[in-house]
Design a protein. Structure first.
Length: 298
């Protein structure tokens, strides 16, 4: 892996058993792991977790790609807001102990207010956090998940579409702030992800390996607000995206980092088939990436 700039891995829910989980799935060939927290650390000792994770990865060549905190750190009225803020601070401080320089998550938002109304709070909070991160050589990346929200209202995240990214990057032009991007969240809004990938590739610090299937026959018959679901999330290899094209665009834009599969969403490869789907997705993404072959020395 020392010559490969794009790793393929998976997400791991943080907790006392996550190092053991990593040990169990490492033999399948995962090359990186994003260790993720939901809203708070939940009493997790990051120093201890880092040491145990390093031990689990020892001699494997696999790495921790990033830490992640998924909550709303922007609105003081948000559920577990204070815990989410402290989790961000702690993960920024602990990232290097895990051997990574990246913390991902939601940007937050003012609850049920339009995205543009959250920008002043975004500038204030993330300005301070980006400086804290930069002091430790750490980058911050925002996932583009809408969490059921839209431009006008929502609970968790403003970093959902290019129009919001423009407001964010203009308000806070910090070099260590970027995106944790995936095509799925665009596709389920009927947005073509490829033009934005080409436009923002240099702002993409991390990629979630999650795809989508759009049922265009349902869209044509019922629209997007009818009685039948018109799109659903998929593990890469089972959705509509051509990940050969996605990885080619990432390489063309100079991306160095990980595509970590975000499992537990596929409606078919789930429950007892969860790891079956993830390993199929892992092998598919590796084929799309192509195996590194050194050039001959002449």
């Amino acid at each position: 892996m020392h010559n490969e700039t794009v790793r393929i891995g998976t997400l791991v829910n943080a907790g006392q058993k996550s190092p053991d989980y990593i040990r169990q799935i490492l033999p399948h060939g995962f090359e990186s792991f994003q260790i993720s927290f939901w809203q708070e650390l939940g009493g997790c000792d990051l120093k201890k977790l880092a040491a145990e994770t390093r031990e689990a990865l020892a001699a494997s060549g696999a790495v921790v790609s990033s830490l992640a905190v998924f909550g709303n750190p922007l609105d003081p009225a948000a559920r577990k807001n204070a815990e989410t803020v402290e989790a961000w601070k702690a993960c920024i401080g602990a990232a290097k102990a895990f051997g990574c320089d990246l913390v991902c998550g939601f940007a937050g938002r003012l609850i049920d207010r339009p995205i543009d109304e959250s920008i002043p709070a975004y500038r204030t909070f993330w300005g301070e956090m980006s400086r804290r991160a930069a002091d430790g050589g750490v980058r911050i990346a925002f996932e583009n998940c809408e969490m059921g929200g839209n431009w006008r209202r929502g609970d968790f995240n403003i970093a959902t579409i290019p129009a919001a990214w423009e407001l964010m990057f203009d308000a806070l032009p910090a070099e260590n702030i970027g995106l944790c991007w995936e095509p799925c969240h665009q596709m389920v809004k009927l947005i073509d992800p490829m033009p934005q990938l080409r436009r923002y590739v240099r702002r993409i610090f991390h990629v979630h390996g999650k795809d989508a299937t759009v049922l265009w026959d349902v869209v044509r018959e019922h629209g997007i607000a009818g009685p039948k679901p018109f799109a659903f999330h998929r593990t890469p290899g089972f959705g509509d995206s051509n990940w050969t094209d996605i990885i080619s665009e990432l390489r063309r834009g100079g991306f160095v980092g990980s595509i970590d599969i975000e499992g537990w969403h596929d409606p078919v490869y789930r429950e007892e088939l969860e790891m079956t789907g993830q390993v199929a997705g892992l092998n598919y993404l590796k084929r799309c990436r192509a195996a590194f072959v050194p050039n001959p020395h002449v």
